[in-house]
Design a protein. Structure first.
Length: 557
């Protein structure tokens, strides 16, 4: 998982100056290539966080993913663009369909993509493109007709009974070469179309890869690989990372004696676990080859997304087996080093649980799909604050009924205004995020010398609905910008303060202002005191009151 650095360009510049190169010699051309690499969107490590850099500046994706068939015509998109702008999105996640760009083998049609890129630029939106190639939600539904019709040349997976399924097998060189060729052509076209523009800022390679109905492919080529020894490449990775593997994989390996060689069943035991690990390795290898081919043409950041596994369900029959799931994270890291990170599609479960699993092993967090429900706005704030995620994107974003009052739009307006402040403090322990509801009404943060108790605003008993069985979920981002200075953005919280370093001091509110940033400068809209701070006792925002507050603290005895 590679992170590019701005240092690449400056190092090349220094070498060039010392060697006396000019733009006409080889060193000069190399410098231009290095400069171009830095200028295209890339990932950059700052402290413990990973940033997406676009046009030389840190960028947080405030996104929305289109429904699977929305991006298939310019006309269908016409009423969608205004909705996206009204909700303050800065990025749209949109599919690119193999069947549409290569309707005949070797003949490509990028007209639809070109026209939609023009529209995105017109509406000042960036694009993350989703490659619906060999697999989309496990199936090969978006492969071209010339692939689907020629099963002998482009074989499918088979279950244990020998029945074929609408899933291209990763054990076919023909399948791989066809996908690689199409994806490389796409990236070459994007390079020509978007060089210097950076409208397209990231690529998703395939979509929710995974085997269904069976935990692994039982075709003849797959069985030959399964009965052979685990590849040395994977065994060397396991040995080198033995103490750092995700526990789910480490435990499977340990149960079989940490063997350093043998067949898949000898190393990982007989049963579904070995089947899934085996299949994950070959899915990862296939995806890595496609990704490398694309990056050779135009090296945008590239990731894969996962359809999650529910507890107690078996791979294949209960969830898509062998995808880029957290319990298989090391398999994918080892097998697909060209892929920059793995991402969760969140439609169920606790976001804290799933995000916690996906940030292991240094994996940057990006949430490309989240159920577009009444929790999405709060969770976007939480993920960007607490996990310092690259971004957040609910699915079927165009389905919003009234974009003018949509909470996600109000949150995106706040976050978009604060991007420079958030990104300046990424990876330095100065950003935090909080998610509150009736089941989690309170949490305590430690930031600098201060202990900040964050509670849901309904705990005050001031608002209508506070006695209801359910409370609306609320999210807050907290940024420490000085020893005694903090910014709070979100809604539905009340904050109180203690000095954990100097317990003899009482913490008071020196100044609380509500405002916005204009050209990176803080503009005060109103000064808050009296009833708005409970006479200096707390900082608060009520539910659906979306704002940014700058808070200065002081101590007294």
């Amino acid at each position: 998982m590679k992170i590019l650095s701005k240092a690449v360009f400056f190092l090349a510049l220094i070498i060039c100056l010392l060697s006396g190169c000019n733009s006409e010699d080889k060193s000069g051309r190399a410098l231009e290539e290095q400069q171009e690499t830095v200028q295209i969107p890339h990932l950059y490590k700052q402290g413990k966080a990973t940033q997406l850099i676009v046009n030389g500046n840190p960028f947080i994706i405030l996104g929305g993913e289109l429904g699977n068939s929305t991006f298939t015509s310019v006309e269908y998109m016409e009423p969608v663009w205004p909705k996206l702008s009204t909700m303050h999105l800065n990025t749209v996640l949109a599919p690119v369909y193999w069947e549409l760009i290569e309707p005949e083998e070797g003949k490509f049609d990028f007209d639809l993509l070109d026209r939609l890129v023009v529209e995105a630029r017109h509406h000042d939106l960036k694009l993350v493109l989703l490659w619906f190639g060999s697999w989309k939600n496990s199936m090969s539904s978006h492969a071209p007709a010339w692939v689907k019709r020629d099963q002998e040349r482009f074989p499918r997976t088979k279950d244990a009974e020998g029945k074929s399924h609408e899933i291209l097998t990763p054990f076919s060189d023909n399948n791989l070469e066809a996908d690689k060729s199409a994806f490389k052509a796409l990236m070459e076209h994007i390079r020509v179309l978007d060089k210097g523009k950076s409208t397209i800022i990231m690529m998703q390679v395939e979509n929710e890869i995974g085997m269904l109905l069976s935990a692994r492919d039982h075709s003849e080529p797959a069985n030959e690989k399964f009965n052979a020894d685990v590849p040395d490449e994977f065994m060397h990775y396991l040995e080198a990372n033995k103490g750092n593997l995700v526990p789910e994989l480490s435990e499977v390996w340990a149960e079989n004696g940490y063997r350093d060689s043998g067949t898949w069943e000898e190393v990982f035991g007989k049963g579904l676990q070995a089947d899934e690990i085996f299949m994950a390795w070959y899915y990862a290898k296939f995806t890595d080859a496609v990704t490398r081919a694309g990056k050779e043409a135009y090296s945008l950041p590239m990731y894969v997304n996962a359809a999650l596994n529910r507890t107690g369900r078996e791979p294949g029959s209960g969830y898509p087996s062998a995808g880029p799931l957290p319990h298989l994270m090391d398999v994918w890291i080892a097998g697909a080093p060209s892929v920059d990170f793995l991402s969760p599609d969140l439609y169920f479960g606790d976001i804290r649980h799933w995000c916690g699993l996906f940030v292991r092993r240094g994996n940057p967090l990006f949430i490309p799909e989240h159920r577009f429900d009444n929790t999405a706005a709060a969770k976007s704030v939480f993920s960007i604050g607490h996990y310092e995620s690259i971004g957040f994107s609910p699915f079927s974003i165009e389905s919003v009924a009234d974009p003018d009052i949509e909470p996600l739009g109000k949150v995106y307006d706040l976050l978009g205004n604060m991007v420079p402040l958030i990104t300046e403090n990424l990876g330095r322990g100065r950003n935090e995020g909080v998610l509150l509801d009736k089941d989690h009404p309170e949490t305590v943060l430690r930031m600098g010398d201060y202990e900040i108790t964050m509670r849901h605003s309904f705990t005050l008993g001031y608002e209508a609905g506070w006695k209801d069985e359910k409370w609306p979920m609320t999210g807050v981002i907290v940024i420490q910008t000085g020893e005694n200075e903090f910014y709070f953005a979100g809604s539905g919280f009340v904050a109180t303060f203690k000095n954990a370093a100097h317990t003899d001091q009482i913490v008071g509110l020196l100044k609380v202002d509500e405002g916005r940033f204009e050209n990176s400068h803080w503009k005060i809209m109103r000064h808050l005191n009296g009833d708005q701070t409970h006479q200096g006792r707390h900082v608060r925002m009520f539910v659906n009151n979306y704002s940014v507050q700058k808070v200065e603290l002081y101590g007294y005895r």
